[in-house]
Design a protein around this ligand. Structure first.
Ligand SMILES: NCc1[nH]cc(CCC(=O)O)c1CC(=O)O
Length: 368
């Protein structure tokens, strides 16, 4: 099989697939976006392991419920069924959009890999090539995300914001119909080959996106993470910089414990990794806004970062917590609906799980 390592074979199954040592079964949601994402993952897993990769389609509550996402959130609506399938041995890896993962731990499952990140920015998709600056007074813009609502109204208080749900095509179909524009993640549109509908990509420094946006999370059963052939497949997929950034951003969310109704944006990046050893830094900027966009607070910090630091997950989480604590000191809890965890001192750092949260606290979920 080795001579065919690059001719990756990916098959799709809507029915259960029996365990087979020659096959890696990759659990995914069935939406066009989820399948596009997981197909890329499957091709890389097949190439790295020499095994056949099969996509096992799993339907989640987030796919079937028609309730507004901001009301559905809080329980991992896009995630639980996939995790159940993984724990039940119905698939070997599960692919999620990282921003959909609750910040709390999931017993028996670990974050096996965070692949190279796609464009983390939000996209304005407007009729007639319009941008945020050129949308007419009172234009109608669709988004289901409280963060996006707040960030929009902060810049254009005149806009009329409308709730938005459904898959990417359903959302885009409203542009030029009942809406002038919608906001979606660049990552999803780019992965679907729909970049042409984007009329503006919002700069992350001004409009920080949802923690983890644009990143994928590959989950694996904890017992299997270090075992062949999963270990090789995961190592081939993992991008340490993407993982560091996503973990730092999510630690902001975990520390602020915001539930899904609080507008929080966070954007982290590794800088200077190509330069002299020891010069790289992980920087993180986060923003909390009031729901109506009239009040916003931002904080930014950086820490030294090294790809080979065995403690780098903690570095990411410490950075995220530090930025969250700064936001709280600035009064974040007085402008937005937050339920912050008391910040942990250095001695307490070991008491958090990999999401930077205290064990036992309820997980939260972002919806966009
Ligand atoms: N909120 C749902 C969601 N979860 C992940 C993505 C795709 C982008 C990504 O991978 O972060 C989307 C759609 C969107 O925000 O437009």
């Amino acid at each position: 099989m080795n001579e065919h390592r690059h001719a990756a074979r990916v098959r799709r199954s809507d029915a259960p697939v029996a365990a087979d040592p020659g096959v890696i079964r990759i659990g995914t949601r069935g939406s066009a976006l989820a399948v596009a994402q997981s197909t890329t993952v499957a091709e890389r897993v097949a190439a790295a392991s020499g095994l056949e990769a099969v996509l096992v389609i799993v339907t989640t509550q987030g796919d079937t419920s028609r309730a507004p996402l901001s009301q559905l959130g809080g329980t991992g609506v896009f995630v639980s069924a996939l995790r159940d399938a993984l724990l039940a041995g119905e698939c070997d890896l599960a692919v999620h959009s990282l921003k959909d993962l609750p910040t709390g731990p999931c017993p028996g499952i670990v974050l096996g890999a965070v692949p190279e990140r796609a464009d983390a920015r939000d996209a304005l998709c407007a009729r007639d090539g319009l941008t945020l600056a050129t949308l007419p007074e009172g234009a109608r813009v669709g988004t289901g995300s409280p963060r996006r609502v707040a960030q929009l109204l902060a810049r254009r208080p005149d806009l009329e914001v409308h709730d938005l749900r459904g898959n990417v095509d359903t959302r885009l179909a409203r542009v030029g119909a009942d809406l002038d524009a919608v906001i979606l993640a660049c990552a999803g549109l780019d992965r679907l080959g729909r970049s042409g509908v984007i009329t503006e990509r919002f700069p992350l420094d001004e409009v920080p996106a949802a923690p983890g946006q644009g990143a994928l999370a590959i989950e694996v059963r904890a017992d299997d993470a270090a075992r062949a052939p999963y270990a090789e497949a995961l190592a081939a997929l993992d991008d340490p910089q993407a993982r560091a950034g996503a973990l730092a951003e999510r630690a902001v969310l975990a520390t602020l414990e915001a539930g899904c109704a609080a507008p929080i944006g966070a954007t982290a990046r590794v800088e200077g990794a190509g330069g002299a050893a020891g010069d790289a830094r992980l920087s993180l900027r986060a923003e909390v806004a009031s729901l109506d966009g009239t009040h916003r607070l931002a904080a930014e910090e950086a820490m030294p970062w090294a790809a080979d630091d065995p403690d780098r997950a903690r570095t990411s989480e410490r950075l995220g917590r530090a930025v969250a604590v700064r936001l709280l000191e600035m009064g974040a809890a007085t402008i937005a609906p937050l339920a912050p965890l008391a910040p942990l001192g250095e001695s307490g750092a070991g008491a958090t799980d990999s999401g930077g949260r205290r064990p036992g606290a309820a997980p939260s979920e972002r919806t966009g």
